[in-house]
Design a protein around this ligand. Structure first.
Ligand code: DAH
Length: 342
């Protein structure tokens, strides 16, 4: 009995000072102590040499020892996850995989820039529906019944009810604003528009415009020019030249289109400016008195100017995007080139 107690104490000491930091060491511990030929089994075998009167005491001692060894082994394996992770080669100190963050669409960035330039001049943002009725898109804007822009080729009509259509320009928002607001009116209207065009590098069945409308007493063509000069300088820089050309729009009189010197070739001539050195960027004019009267605005008291520009065109000139289809294909190789711009 004494020898047995002594042996167990020695074993306990040895076990207490054992560390097993790797899966191999834990396994070695298990084989040495708990294996079929391990020391626990062996010492259990000593029972047969214990005198009969001590058997009960020895049995308790040995069982308690076996439990002790098993607990020790369990304490090694408790930390298994980290041991297994190490074995699986996981290194928690490595930096994580980066989460890819999206970027703003170039058209959104250009639209936001346009809007913010006009906001600084006191223009408020107004929006209208993309599904419009004939009156707001055409009639109210003084487009006569037989105007070619109403042609079925250009306009997407809602087949169930051709009184409804997809707006062909953001000028329809002018109508929406004049119907609900009294002068002075100073709004900028960004939005998507639709036209029945065959999709190509130069044309698309939908695109984006920004419309502007300013109505007050004594608004003149000089105000229109100054406002648009300011816009061009803010958008493209001070070196860009500007010119106005007389034009025709049913909703403005007089009307003008504005060109800027070609940013691609610097005015020398290239295929973007069709070798003229100039590119058109917007249509504009003094709001036609008939349009004002359509909304009960006294055209003797009030005058106004309006303009409309294409966002894709401005984006093309600013970032040299030469194919309209790129904007809606959502190819990340295209989109990610605009990361960090604006
Ligand atoms: N609505 C015209 C278009 O889509 C652009 C435009 C021209 C808007 C002259 C205007 C304007 O407000 O005054 O081509």
């Amino acid at each position: 009995m004494e020898q047995l107690v002594q042996l167990i104490n020695n074993y306990k000491q040895e076990i207490n000072s054992t560390e097993a930091a790797t899966p191999d060491a834990v396994e070695a511990f298990r084989i040495k102590w708990l294996g079929t030929k391990g020391l626990v089994k062996t010492i259990m075998g000593e029972m047969k040499n214990v005198a009969a009167e001590n058997k009960k005491e020895a049995g308790q001692l040995l069982n308690e020892f076996k439990l002790f060894v098993e607990q020790k082994h369990g304490s090694f394996t408790l930390g298994t996850s980290s041991i297994q992770e190490q074995a699986a080669g996981i290194d928690w100190s490595l930096p994580g995989d980066p989460t890819p963050v999206g970027t703003r669409h170039p058209l959104s960035m250009v639209r936001n820039k346009i809007v913010s330039i006009f906001q600084r001049l006191g223009f408020a943002v107004a929006e209208g529906p993309e599904i419009e009725d004939d009156w707001h898109n055409f009639g109210a804007m003084n487009l006569p019944e037989d105007h070619p822009a109403r042609d079925m080729q250009d306009t997407f009509y809602i087949s169930q009810d051709p009184a409804w259509l997809l707006r062909t320009h953001t000028s329809s928002v002018q109508a929406r604003v004049m119907e609900t607001q009294k002068p002075p009116i100073r709004v900028i209207c960004p939005g998507r528009v639709y036209r029945n065009e065959t999709i190509s590098a130069r044309a698309h069945c939908f695109f984006h415009q920004v419309e502007g409308l300013y109505i007050d007493e004594n608004v003149s063509f000089a105000d229109l020019k100054q406002t648009l000069y300011f816009f061009v300088q803010e958008m493209f820089g001070k070196d860009v030249k500007v010119r106005f050309r007389p034009s025709y729009f049913p909703f403005t009189e007089p009307s003008a289109e504005m060109d800027i010197s070609c940013l691609i070739c610097g005015g020398d001539g290239c295929n973007v400016c069709k070798h003229t050195g100039w590119v058109e960027i917007l249509g504009s004019g003094m709001v036609h008195p008939k349009v004002l009267e359509n909304f009960g605005i006294d055209s003797n008291k009030y005058t106004g100017f309006a303009f409309g520009m294409g966002v894709e065109r401005i984006c093309q000139l600013k970032y040299r995007v030469n194919d309209l289809r790129l904007y809606s294909q959502n190819d990340v190789r295209f989109l990610k080139q605009f990361t960090g711009i604006v």
